[in-house]
Design a binder for this molecule. Structure first.
Ligand SMILES: Nc1ncnc2c1ncn2[C@@H]1O[C@H](COP(=O)(O)OP(=O)(O)OP(=O)(O)O)[C@@H](O)[C@H]1O
Length: 372
């Protein structure tokens, strides 16, 4: 797929921007704090309706503005599509080809992106919550139904946790808990099976890509570590035995859960592990190995989405080229430039291996304005 144009109104430091984008590599260059990341973020928000930098939507709205508008024209395998997302204090409104979408989940996944930013190092290095968010964002792009299951799961989890916190275990209603447990296990098992499926497929590509980048020296493995149930299947139907295990865990852990006021089992406590040549990357990997592992994961996602969607998503590289040595940059650029529309931000072209770029368009960013 390809973004043909991008239009911003009242978005962060862009009052009005109309940009015709190129099919190949688009480079946004400029000093710090000019609006390079804001542009990448706007494309990401149009894809997922969420920023990768903040969970507070109001931060996206330009100061002294009441609404931020992102519009784009894109070319997809099945034809051209116009997208519009409005963000205001009242919430978000999304339109596809001028038609307002009743649910945002129906909008997510029209434009697909893979973003690689410096903070993605945390997927390997950071806390488990970062890895769960990574899985959720990526699966949600390709399977909007997953987002629905996740939202339902979180809603029930919140209600159940409130109940655990507020209620004396001796006075708790077994009927109420039973209803929550059943709902939690139903949505939770669906999430676990989708996550497992995603990681199994991602691993296949990540291993190959990582070996390519490291000249065959490093063998990367990624494993899904659910909070229980070692043998999670990848079926789309709810696995009855996993459902029963989940129910049993919830029932058996009841006393402890009341004591702590928390649900202690389920996908909200899942994790991922990464190993290079059999050694845990989080504990033993160098900074460079951790960064390369994160990059391999992101590049694997491009291939995975291509398999699922029949076309490549956009690749957004925010301030990461300078972090990679020339060999890794070359590998990255050469692998994808002819098949994936790419957006790169950088403070200077000296850190980009320009000799390897075929048809790159360079835009200079200054204080929320663009010059070609
Ligand atoms: N809601 C907003 N309204 C107006 N301006 C904003 C808003 N949010 C951020 N900014 C401004 O946007 C600028 C930051 O832009 P951005 O994060 O895109 O920088 P950048 O060009 O990527 O810089 P760096 O190279 O440091 O990463 C800052 O000047 C900031 O004050």
């Amino acid at each position: 797929m390809q973004l043909k144009s991008l239009e911003l109104h009242g978005y962060r430091n862009y009052d009005t921007l109309k940009l015709a984008t190129e099919a190949g590599v688009n480079i946004f260059i400029g000093p710090n704090a000019q609006g390079k990341t804001n542009l990448i973020e706007a494309i990401h928000v149009l894809s997922l309706t969420k920023s990768h930098r903040t969970s507070k939507d109001k931060e996206l709205i330009g100061w002294n503005q009441s609404t931020a508008i992102i519009r784009a024209e894109m070319e997809k395998r099945h034809g051209d599509v116009r997208l519009e997302l409005q963000v205001s204090a009242q919430g978000k409104k999304a339109k596809i080809n001028g038609l307002e979408q009743r649910k945002l989940s129906g909008f997510v996944g029209t434009l697909n992106v893979v973003l690689f930013a410096p903070e993605d190092l945390d997927i390997v290095k950071g806390a488990p919550g970062v890895r769960r968010r990574f899985m959720d964002m990526e699966i949600g792009q390709v399977h909007p139904g997953y987002l629905y299951d996740m939202q339902q799961y979180q809603k029930i989890l919140q209600q159940r946790n409130n109940y655990l916190k507020m209620t004396d275990s001796r006075k708790a209603s077994p009927e109420m808990l039973e209803v929550w447990n059943e709902q939690l296990a139903t949505y939770g098992v669906k999430m676990m099976q989708k996550r497992k499926n995603f990681i199994v497929n991602l691993q296949k590509w990540a291993e190959k890509i990582h070996a390519g980048i490291t000249g065959g020296l490093e063998h990367l493995t990624v494993e899904y570590k659910p909070s229980f149930g070692e043998s999670v299947g990848i079926d789309s139907q709810v696995d009855p035995s996993l459902f029963q295990q989940f129910m049993l865990k919830l029932t058996q852990g009841k006393e402890q859960e009341f004591r702590r006021g928390l649900t202690l089992t389920g996908p909200h406590r899942d994790d991922l592990t990464f190993a290079i040549n059999g050694k845990d990357v989080q504990s033993f990997g160098s900074q460079g190995q951790q960064r390369t592992a994160a990059l391999s994961l992101k590049l694997a996602e491009l291939e995975l989405m291509h398999e699922e969607l029949g076309e490549y998503p956009l690749l957004l590289l925010d301030d990461v080229l300078s972090e990679l040595d020339q060999t890794r940059q070359t590998q990255l650029i050469e692998t994808f430039q002819s098949k994936v529309q790419t957006f790169i931000t950088t403070t200077g072209l000296e850190s980009v291996n320009m000799s390897r770029l075929k048809d790159a368009s360079v835009f200079h960013v200054r204080n929320g304005q663009l010059l070609r």
